[in-house]
Design a protein around this ligand. Structure first.
Ligand code: ADP
Length: 317
């Protein structure tokens, strides 16, 4: 009898529930037992583990967040702390584990794998910052939320002939910013990938005025700069009245999009298929909606490719 554990870790992302459901339902389909680990690696260390039945994952496919909860536990980098987690699993006879999270979660899984727990890692993060996968579970839902919010800001920006600066999430990766910038018709996008050159930005804004643009949208990735200071600077040095908004955690929540539901369901089921074939230590990757897998350590050593959307921004303005 195979016993499969599942946990969510790091930042939550819409679609994590669909992935949990995919793991649990597929495990039960094959006659395996499924176990939910609550609050990520912290719950693994604290032995917060419960067997899950079909109905425990009913009515969750459409919900954002994660029914299992998530957490951050920096101490999980210590082997002695991980050993407690491994013992908890072994005491219940669980030797396979599906983890859903970002790069940090993948590192934890790689270490557990070395300690005898057969792990599969699924990419769950709104930032789309995992190099081994084209898309992560949660990215397109967060993008839809950002688009929804920026569209609303555009209405008021147009009415008052303003420049609107919007901060979008994505600490290490500008994907949410550039994708939402293209989808919302932003004039300027500032991310880690583009860098920030104040003079260039002011020149572009003055150029927009010269072209007769009534208003403009600037999308800025989290952690690049203080958007309120930038707004003051733009207002002082161009003809546009300027306002700034930070979208914040609203981008993490909400019902998963069609793409995320399907991607997460497939990935959850696929993880169990791999474990069934006794394949482990793998990260599941997306190529659009198609999926496959590579070793977790290989996944972690990949460098993320920059989207070609940056090439379109200028042409579309
Ligand atoms: P994400 O998975 O979204 O990148 P974090 O970077 O916070 O989020 O990582 C999630 C958790 O994974 C951490 O709180 C920690 O418990 C675990 N983790 C991160 N790095 C390592 C590591 N090098 N070794 C073991 N566990 C790790």
């Amino acid at each position: 009898m195979k016993k499969i554990g599942v946990l969510t870790s790091g930042g939550d992302a819409p679609g994590m529930n669909a992935a949990i459901r995919g793991v649990v339902r597929t495990a039960l389909y094959y006659g395996y037992e499924a176990y939910g680990i609550y609050d990520g690696y912290k719950g693994l260390v604290e032995n917060k583990i419960k067997q899950l039945q079909r109905n425990d994952v009913g009515q969750i496919l459409t919900h954002g967040g994660t029914i299992l909860g998530s957490s951050r536990l920096p101490e999980f980098k210590d082997e002695s702390v991980r050993q407690i987690a491994v013992n908890n699993l072994k005491n219940l006879g669980i030797d396979t584990l599906v983890v859903i999270g970002g790069d940090g979660t993948y590192r934890g899984a790689m270490e557990l794998n070395k300690m005898g727990i057969k792990c599969i890692a699924l990419p769950g993060t709104i930032d789309n910052d995992i190099a081994s996968t084209e898309y992560t579970i949660g990215f397109f839902t967060a993008l839809d939320t950002a688009i929804w919010a920026i569209d609303k800001l555009r209405d008021t920006s147009f009415s008052h002939q303003r420049c609107t600066v919007v901060e979008v999430m994505g600490r290490n990766c500008g994907d949410l910013s550039i994708y939402s910038g293209i989808a919302c018709g932003a004039e300027i996008v500032i991310t880690k990938e583009t860098g920030f050159n104040r003079d260039e930005v002011l020149t572009q804004i003055r150029g927009a005025k010269a072209k007769g643009k009534r208003h403009l949208i600037i999308v800025v990735a989290e952690n690049m700069l203080n958007v309120f200071e930038l707004a003051k600077d733009i207002q002082a040095n161009t003809e546009y009245e300027t306002r700034a908004s930070v979208l914040g955690h609203i981008q993490r929540g909400g019902n998963p999009s069609s793409f995320d539901r399907i991607l997460a369901s497939k990935m959850g089921a696929y993880a169990v298929e791999l474990l069934r074939k006794d394949i482990f230590g793998m990260a599941v990757c997306s190529h659009g909606i198609e999926i496959d897998h590579i070793e977790i350590n290989q996944a972690l050593s990949k460098v993320k490719r920059t989207t070609d959307l940056y090439d379109y921004l200028e042409k579309l303005n």
